[in-house]
Design a protein around this ligand. Structure first.
Ligand SMILES: Cc1cc2nc3c(=O)[nH]c(=O)nc-3n(C[C@H](O)[C@H](O)[C@H](O)COP(=O)(O)O)c2cc1C
Length: 193
């Protein structure tokens, strides 16, 4: 017997990504995001939604580009911090974190992220305070280990361990609860780990 419920996605796991953008003054900003999916037009594309004012959205509107790096269990404390602190707080990026540049686009990328898309916004839909971006994937930055054809996908995924979120809780690749939103950043040390 099914029950009708109010709108929610409570048991629909979402993969987490950190978006990297540059502010007007050239400093990097990172935020945490999960409203992401894919589409096929001429090529594979990414669709991403951002609601309400935030630094990431201002920067995407201004520059039309951003990086989208997969969150792994190793990166989760940092990602949780990026998701809980506004980029409008001057000290958000006063933390030690390894950052490189995209290879194709002018976007900041997390050094420790094993899989990062470099995205260029192709079309934007704005409605009710939400921006939905259809993006061209201009490049994918992958760790060498993920390019090793002698290792199967299961082993690669068990190595990088992408994080999912469901209903305000983070989940490990093998389905264990890793804690609630806002709890993981407490594990962050001065080295950004
Ligand atoms: C687990 C998690 C997922 C999030 N996903 C989104 C999202 O998909 N879209 C969105 O607009 N905000 C999302 N947020 C909120 C942003 O990460 C948050 O507003 C952050 O402070 C933005 O940083 P910024 O101001 O530097 O851009 C999420 C937050 C968390 C904790």
């Amino acid at each position: 017997m099914k029950k009708s419920l109010p709108a929610s996605n409570n048991f629909c796991p979402q993969t987490l990504f950190v978006y990297g953008t540059y502010n007007d003054d050239g400093t990097p900003d990172f935020g945490l995001f999960c409203w992401v999916s894919y589409y096929w037009g001429e090529n594979l594309g990414v669709m991403a939604a951002i609601c309400q004012d935030k630094r990431t959205r201002d920067n995407i509107r201004a520059n039309g580009v951003f990086s989208m790096g997969m969150v792994t269990e190793e990166l989760l404390p940092l990602a949780d911090y990026f998701g809980g602190k506004s980029g409008y707080d001057e000290d958000k990026m006063n933390i030690s974190v390894g950052i490189e540049k995209g290879h194709i686009l002018n976007v900041p990328v997390l050094e420790k992220c094993p899989w990062t898309f470099e995205l260029e916004v192709d079309k934007t839909f704005q409605d009710n305070g939400v921006d939905v971006y259809l993006c061209k994937i201009r490049n994918v930055l992958a760790d060498e280990a993920l390019c090793d054809v002698s290792v199967n996908a299961e082993d690669k995924l068990n190595t990088i361990r992408p994080v999912h979120t469901v209903g305000g809780t983070y989940f490990s690749w093998d389905g264990r609860s890793l804690g609630k939103w806002g709890e993981l950043k407490k594990k962050l040390n001065e080295n950004g780990n």
